[in-house]
Design a protein around this ligand. Structure first.
Ligand code: ACO
Length: 286
């Protein structure tokens, strides 16, 4: 007979690992033996790691990926569900808050974020998937709302993620059937930004990160937040919000930045906005 699964003895601080290289924080779900499913320990540790990295000057872009064959196999059926359900509603809510709070932190992160989806991505992993500004999958990654396969609904925001990102007919089929999509199919259906062969995944993510690093930090943050906000606004509200946000951006050095960028285009003719970012190192610092 198979051995019943036991709680993971891995210490809490080892459930997530990261390294910062040249402005990019590479953050790993680090429970490869458990396919990086999200236990309360992992959720608490991820919250800590994200908080620690968010305001570090040496971090401009955060990449979230998984160690081993999985990005994340969703919530931990043993440590997140079964063990907390045995503890009653208080334990259940505590575990939900530990998970949802880091997904929310990531949705509104100060820095640009890229999900590098290297493998399995199920159910509860759709929260962080949606939270990443850009999502690049390996062609052989597998995406599934597997909830229906074990008789629950896609909670923890997962239904919302599918409805938000995928065409309605595709999202409904995806949620009802519990069939997996490959990285390529996920890209075709809008769940991820694009999909590339596994051996090109890291290089492609590095390339995107390097491009993001060239953008003005404040403008980039304002842009990603604006994109998320306007999704839920009427046209008029969005138009107004974007005016106010640009005006607020001016207080983050926006006037000087634009003056410099405009000078590089109109006067010095050293760059074209249509073809890439201006040289932000030339902005006068006060
Ligand atoms: N919860 C708890 N344990 C898990 C989970 C999970 N979500 N996913 C994997 N594991 C554990 C397995 O129980 C196993 O543990 P063991 O060493 O104690 O036996 C170990 O990780 C390795 O998993 P295998 O199933 O042996 O790995 P395999 O590579 O064959 O399969 C797969 C990978 C397809 C991801 C499989 O593990 C699986 O179906 N996992 C569940 C995926 C899922 O449906 N997640 C829940 C989504 S719903 C939600 O999140 C709310």
């Amino acid at each position: 007979m198979a051995m019943p699964s036991q709680p993971d003895p891995r210490p809490e601080e080892e459930t997530v690992k990261y390294e910062v290289i040249d402005g990019v924080a590479w953050v790993y779900f680090n429970r490869p033996d458990k396919r990086n499913c999200q236990s309360p320990k992992l959720n608490r540790q991820m919250g800590r790691v994200l908080n620690e990295l968010e305001f570090r000057d040496d971090v401009q872009v955060l990449v979230l990926t998984g160690e081993g064959s999985a990005w994340s196999a969703g919530m931990d059926l043993l440590e997140y569900f079964r063990m907390n359900e045995a503890g009653g509603i208080g334990a259940v809510r505590k575990a939900q808050r530990e998970a949802y709070s880091w997904w929310e932190r990531l949705r509104w992160y100060e820095k640009a974020t890229i999900g590098m989806i290297n493998g399995w991505c199920f159910g509860g992993a759709y929260g962080p998937l949606f939270a990443c500004d850009i999502a690049i999958a390996s062609d052989d990654a597998q995406f599934g709302l597997s909830e229906i396969n074990w008789a629950i609904l896609p909670g923890g925001g997962a239904s919302k993620v599918a409805a938000e990102l995928m065409p309605y007919r595709k999202a409904m089929y995806h949620a009802m059937m519990g069939e997996n999509l490959t990285g390529q199919q996920a890209a075709e259906q809008g769940l991820v930004t694009e999909s590339v062969p596994a051996d090109k995944l890291k290089a492609r993510v590095q390339e995107i990160a390097d491009n993001l690093k060239k953008k003005d930090t404040h403008a980039l943050r304002a842009t990603k937040w604006a994109m998320r906000r306007v999704m839920e606004m009427t046209y008029d509200n969005a138009e107004d919000y974007l005016i106010r946000t640009q005006e607020a951006l001016n207080d983050f050095g926006g006037w000087e930045t634009r003056k410099e960028a405009t000078k590089q285009f109109l006067d010095e003719k050293t760059f074209k906005p249509g073809l890439g970012a201006f040289d932000k190192t030339k902005v006068a610092k006060d």
